[in-house]
Design a protein around this ligand. Structure first.
Ligand code: E4P
Length: 208
């Protein structure tokens, strides 16, 4: 399972670079954390950075694709008016633009998005869980569905806890995109800390 960083902070991308295989952003993250997309893309290059198209999806997606060589454009399957972006995604893929179909909550949406040949489908575990949905089942069903698909990988997003990450691994998700505070929690362990302190103390007492 690969890890992506769900952040637009330059210092966090630099910090976690050794353990991540890509970066994901969205407009809410950019609003909250700031960050310059071109700068972030240059740091992570040649690995992918997902940037979300908004407003006029077709124009916005082509803008990012023309500006950033390693961009994967996030396009939601649904529009704000409840229509679908199927035609937009189809056209962008025909133009050679890689798509991360985002804000997905169900296997049925993943089945549709995958027919279009998107590079990633992003399933939002935390938001499914928020409403009492069984995100582990959704992830595991999506993984089964994508089993022999060589085009599309599943990204689990909207990760709120380390438990969400471990559940994603158990469901055999291909990628989990994780915020810096969750990554931080993943490396911490009181017993590890006690152990390294014990060995450091012993080392000090060794006669050289
Ligand atoms: C993933 O690609 C999204 O950027 C993100 O994980 C959404 O998470 P949220 O539910 O915390 O907004």
């Amino acid at each position: 399972m690969k890890l992506f960083l769900d952040s637009s902070k330059v210092e966090e991308v630099e910090r976690w670079l050794p353990v991540i295989s890509g970066v994901t952003t969205n407009p809410a993250i950019l609003k909250r954390e700031g960050g310059d997309i071109k700068e972030l893309a240059a740091i992570i290059n040649p690995l992918p950075i997902s940037v979300e198209a908004c407003g006029d999806f077709l124009t916005d997606a082509q803008y990012y694709a023309g500006m950033i060589p390693n961009v994967v454009v996030k396009v939601p399957l649904l529009t704000t008016s409840g229509g679908s972006n199927i035609d937009v995604i189809y056209e962008l893929i025909n133009k050679g633009i890689e798509i991360n179909c985002t804000a997905l909550m169900s296997l049925s949406q993943v089945i549709i998005a995958t027919q279009l040949g998107v590079r990633y489908v992003s399933v939002f575990a935390g938001r499914i869980d928020d409403e009492g949905g069984d995100y582990k089942k959704v992830i595991s069903d999506c993984v089964d569905f994508l089993d022999d698909d060589e085009t599309t990988e599943l990204i689990v997003g909207s990760v709120r806890t380390v438990g969400n990450v471990l559940d994603s691994f158990r469901a055999k998700a291909h990628i989990v995109t994780i915020t810096p505070p969750i990554l931080e929690k993943m490396i911490k362990h009181e017993n590890s800390l006690r152990t390294v302190r014990e060995f450091e103390e012993a080392h000090k007492q060794l006669s050289k």
